[in-house]
Design a protein. Sequence first.
Length: 417
Amino acid sequence: MKFLSSSLLLAGVFAAGQVLAAPISTGDVTRAYTQIAHATFADALQQAKELQEKVQKLLAKPSADSLKHARDAWITARVPYTQSEVFRFGNPPVDEWEGQVNAWPLDEGLIDYVAKGYNHEMGNIAASANIVANKELKIGTTTLQLDPITPALLATLNELGGSEVNVATGYHAIEFILWGQDLNGTAVGAGNRPYTDFVLGEGCTYGNCERRRAYLQAAIDLLVQDLETMTKTWGEDKNSYSQELLRKPEEAIKIMLFGMGSLALGELAGERMKVALEANSPEDEQDCFSDNTHNALYYNAKGIANVYLGRYKRANGSSVQGASLADLVKAKNPALHQRMTAALETTETAMAAIVKAAEDPAKPMKFDQMIAEGNGAGAALIKKAITALVEETAVIEEIAKAFGISHFAPDNADHSF
């Protein structure tokens, strides 16, 4: 890579005789990046705490209303978190931590009761383990003790038996406990777990309500703990990851671009959209129990724009902003900057169209309906978004090239486009 030293301003150094409009350093851009990351994770933490409060109210007095309030809080909590996913790629502390927080898809039979003959991962020895119903589990010659259900216990059960779909913790485990299975396939409807699944005593449906309640409480407590850890990771403590990045701003610029491109290409366009569409499979939908996938996709894309533009709108309505990649690109190559902003706008428009269709009050078409075989209108919406993300990534690669970053290749998750 050929970068300006972090101690120097970028004015007049990218090209002979070129003078930038503002004296912005790679260090300035890196600092804003870390501040936006910190604010995003802090919002995710705060929203998770609000979800925790709603869960406690559900458990204190189970009812259709208290269950709805907990579900609504889960959906709200996803807004900042999904914007944070752009920080995963290229930042080892986030990537190593993320699996416990947001892993998907999951074999829900690991956690609780499921419909007879449900579709699970082939060869998964824990696909019907049902932690809620069983106080111990035999895997091969090993017997695991599953009582009491605690955050620490759940953390040990991720990838049980070596299968990535054995997900015991995080947003999607909580989502399943709140909604239950979505048994509608690609037809209308999300999961519809009854509130009586959380009632103690004779009113308990499907059995094991006490352990189901313990599972939900442990999962949300662990999520809050994990988000506390990540918020601190991006803080200003001298030993934080943020401070580490500030000591190597040239590398941080590459990380920013890699994170943007990898989320856009391999993860969003590939894993989260292309896979589900080509397989016509709601099992590959991200927020599959709640039918909230349209919002998750939209805010994932929003997170990419946040990093490029150097600004983030917080949950309380305030803004965090600072020196940005956009400033650097605009100063070096205004035409390239215009292409990038246009690409971001095209992606946002495509994602907004998916949201609009999903939330149409007259005839909603959720993501799992869009991917149904024969749904040409739904497929067109998704393909348009995929195309926009692929084109956006191509511009990101041009920006990396313009900055002299060699061997730059966003993760495509082995997808071709």
